[in-house]
Design a protein around this ligand. Structure first.
Ligand code: SAM
Length: 386
């Protein structure tokens, strides 16, 4: 029996975006997946599925609602074992569909698609009648995507090999910018290359979490865009914006020089699960703070290290062990644990809002991009610290 298509899957899940069914039926994800893929699993145990060794499992994988890792370690890794960093994938179909819904495309728009990967999302946009320019930083992936797009019947998609952070000015102005790589700092080029009124949709996040939230900005001009977060999701990041685990730089005399304290909170309160809003909210309110969790023996035990750079770095450690009151040590100009705790308490006090209760205003001035988060409404900036 022919396996169900991605279109059937989205319809059965009630996740087919209005107006997109024809495009999803026209574009076969199997034409974009390489012969070896690693279906994403939440336990981090990725296993290769090889078309030549197990064609049935491969068909199931490419027609399932799973992100498929297609490249590790920027192409340096070979062989069936997973590499260290998943560097390209065919995104999860329901996440692709949710993002396309937010992109609010009607056909005919000039679209800049950042992070070509396999070319699947670029093909969907082309099948929807958009004029698509897509940018992929990895030369090998860009070449393969060109072949995939031609084979699937979309040779008119322009595939640019380059850093998507620069956009592609030759194709500007764009009415839609669709980004399928996670972003921490929005490049000025995207605002500058967008037509006023354009929609810019991207996975955005903070230093506090590896996860993202879809951000739907409406571009007001080359120097300003504004809009809400619409849902929690997770994407591999733009190459230059991947988090590098910080070295924990303890000041001389640690722990004696640290300010000692205690807390009533638990580790789970300030860490949360992958799509819980708390890590997102802490990241918005405590900018520049990078957590490193060292798990303990029991559930809920461990030490949460917090670091932030600056002329003089700040560091904090909150230790959690069953049966003992958590102890806190903080050093440097910022009291990072206090900031995180205050962010949790603010979030709790205002009724534990979700990611879609927040938004971002982005302005470009003197070559710098400023990202100012807000809560509830535009004139309601989130106080970073009280
Ligand atoms: C999640 S995948 C994209 C999925 C893709 N849209 C698809 O349909 O298969 C993210 C892609 O972004 C690419 N990427 C990372 N940094 C980039 C950058 N600075 N410019 C352009 N592409 C980038 C990665 O190489 C990877 O292929």
């Amino acid at each position: 029996m022919e396996p169900a298509s991605i279109a059937d899957l989205l319809v059965s899940m009630d996740r087919m975006p209005a107006g997109w069914e024809r495009a999803f039926r026209a574009v076969d994800r199997a034409l974009f997946a390489p012969d070896r893929v690693w279906p994403f699993t939440y336990d981090g145990q990725q296993h290769a599925v090889d078309r030549t060794l197990d064609p049935v499992a491969w068909e199931e994988a490419v027609r399932g609602n799973t992100a498929l890792v297609t490249q590790w370690d920027d192409g340096r890794h070979t062989g069936p074992a997973p590499g260290l960093v998943a560097s390209s994938s065919a995104s999860m179909p329901s996440a692709v569909a949710d993002m396309l819904l937010d992109l609010d495309v009607h056909g005919g728009e000039r679209v800049l698609d950042i992070g070509t990967g396999t070319g699947y999302t670029a093909a969907l946009l082309a099948a929807r009648g958009c004029a698509v320019t897509t940018v992929e930083v990895d030369e090998h992936l860009a070449d393969q995507a060109r072949k995939n797009l031609a084979r699937a019947g979309y040779p008119d998609v322009t595939v640019i090999t380059g850093d998507g952070a620069h956009g592609h000015s030759a194709g500007a102005p764009y009415e839609r910018i669709h980004v399928t790589a996670g972003v921490r700092h929005i490049p000025a080029a995207w605002l500058e290359q967008a037509r006023p009124g354009a929609i810019l949709l991207l996975p955005w996040g903070t230093d506090y979490s590896p996860h993202d939230a879809a951000l739907r900005l409406v571009v007001e001009g080359p120097a300003r865009a504004c809009g809400p977060f619409t849902m929690a999701l997770s994407f591999m990041k733009l190459r230059a914006q991947r988090a590098v685990p910080p070295a924990i730089d303890l000041p001389e005399g640690w722990p004696g020089v640290a300010r000692a304290g205690a807390t009533e909170l638990s580790l789970a309160d300030v860490v949360g699960g992958p799509y819980d809003p708390i890590a997102f909210v802490v990241g918005l309110r405590v900018p520049g703070c990078v957590p490193v969790l060292v798990p303990g023996e029991g559930a809920g035990d461990g030490t949460l290290w917090l670091t932030a750079g600056g002329a003089v770095p700040s560091v904090a450690a909150a230790g959690f062990a069953r049966g003992r009151q958590p102890n806190v040590l903080q050093a440097g100009p910022r009291s990072l644990w206090s900031e995180v705790e205050e962010a949790y308490r603010w979030w709790d006090r205002v009724g534990r809002p979700e990611v879609f209760d927040f938004g971002l205003t982005v302005t470009v001035g003197a070559g710098d991009v400023h990202q100012v988060p807000w809560y509830g409404s535009l004139d309601h900036e989130i106080p970073e610290r009280s």
